[in-house]
Design a binder for this molecule. Structure first.
Ligand code: SAM
Ligand code: SF4
Length: 330
């Protein structure tokens, strides 16, 4: 029997973000500390069988939407096998992947064959030099090959995640938005968030979604779109004559937390009920101790019951010490 999970604030929790690794082939300045990262020991990371079992239990609890993330999911060996396992889980009807795109060109075909149809690709700049700076890595052209390949294969949702950072890429808003004239992409502008160990953060670098819209509107008219079945997490627009969409994700404006439908499962087996909270529930220990599905399901319910009403952050506060973004699963 499927139990829908409704939290104490009336939100239906049906979306799980599954981090499959804390490893990454980039070192984005806003995500990874400059002095290197301490990685989780391999034996602590859940196997694909363990992940798949937990996702199946989550499905029994009412999770029908899943996103694979990380770290960088495409650096974990055998990721295609995981996708094949996940698409077989009956109650999941929406499977997506968030990737930095570096390995997408080589893996897109197999991911598609395995059943993946949605991918979000993180790309914060269209300039090769700025890309090298922000990711501490070269290879913007590889990301573009991945985007082209995903579109060519017919993925029905290809989104670009752009974290907007004042003084770094806020001069590229229009260029990103105008990509939708050429490509059927959804460009998602995301407000920069203050994470612990995020050495680039400074509240002055924050650009609000409202400010972003204003800057684009000077040159191109943004036409509001009302999509059904959508939470209020993204607000959507189209440019006149555009093929794709332009969306704004603003964790700091009202509405974001009130429609949050998410849980997160870290690569080392902890359930997190809010990106900005350090409350974690260890589900790996009971899993490895051989608990049955019903017992494991209680952990999902517990996480939902403890879900806070909102992140409570202000621009001048910072996510408390704990995991950095690459280790949570963004
Ligand atoms: N490596 C993959 C990628 O980059 O797409 C998946 C994991 S990454 C942590 C997930 C998303 O979190 C990316 O789109 C990244 O840009 C975003 N992110 C990381 N740190 C952030 C921050 N401080 N504020 C806003 N978004 C952030
Ligand atoms: Fe890696 Fe993604 Fe973090 Fe960049 S944002 S360092 S690609 S995990």
């Amino acid at each position: 029997m499927i139990n829908n999970m409704i939290d104490n604030f009336g939100r239906r929790i049906n979306y799980l973000r599954l981090s499959v690794t804390d490893r990454c082939n980039l070192r984005c300045r806003y995500c990874m500390p400059p002095g290197g990262v301490s990685l989780i020991a391999h034996e602590e990371i859940l196997s694909y069988e363990e992940m798949s079992r937990l996702v199946s239990v989550a499905g029994q609890c009412g999770i029908n939407k899943l996103r694979i993330t990380g770290g960088e999911p495409l650096v974990r060996r055998g990721i295609i096998d995981l996708v094949q396992m996940l698409v077989k889980i009956k109650r999941l009807d929406d499977l997506g992947l968030t990737t930095n795109g570096v390995r997408l060109a080589e893996l897109a075909k197999d991911l598609y064959k395995a059943g993946l149809r949605r991918t979000n690709i993180s790309l914060d700049t269209l300039s090769a030099d700025k890309y090298r700076w922000i990711t501490r890595n070269a290879g913007l052209s590889r990301v573009w090959s991945g985007i082209d390949e995903a579109l060519r294969l017919g993925f029905y949702s290809v989104k670009l995640n752009v974290v907007v950072i004042g003084g770094f890429n806020d001069d590229e808003l229009l260029s990103f938005a105008r990509l939708t004239f050429k490509y059927p992409l959804e460009i998602r502008f995301i407000e920069f968030m203050p994470f612990h160990k995020n050495h680039l953060w400074n509240y002055k670098r924050h650009v609000s979604a409202q400010d972003m819209r204003g800057r684009i509107n000077v040159y191109e008219k943004l036409i509001p779109q009302h999509r059904t079945n959508k939470t209020k997490i993204a607000v959507d627009y189209k440019l006149l004559g555009g093929l794709g969409m332009v969306s704004f994700i603003s964790p700091f404006s009202s509405g974001f937390c009130s429609s949050c439908n998410r849980l997160r499962l870290t690569a080392d087996g902890y359930l997190r009920n809010c990106l900005f909270s350090n409350q974690e529930l260890d589900i790996k220990t009971p899993l490895r101790c051989g608990e049955n599905d019903a017992e494991l399901a209680t952990f999902f319910h517990k996480a939902v019951n403890r879900k806070p009403p909102g992140h409570g952050l202000t621009l001048r506060s910072i996510q408390p010490a704990g995991r950095a973004m690459y280790a949570i699963g963004g």
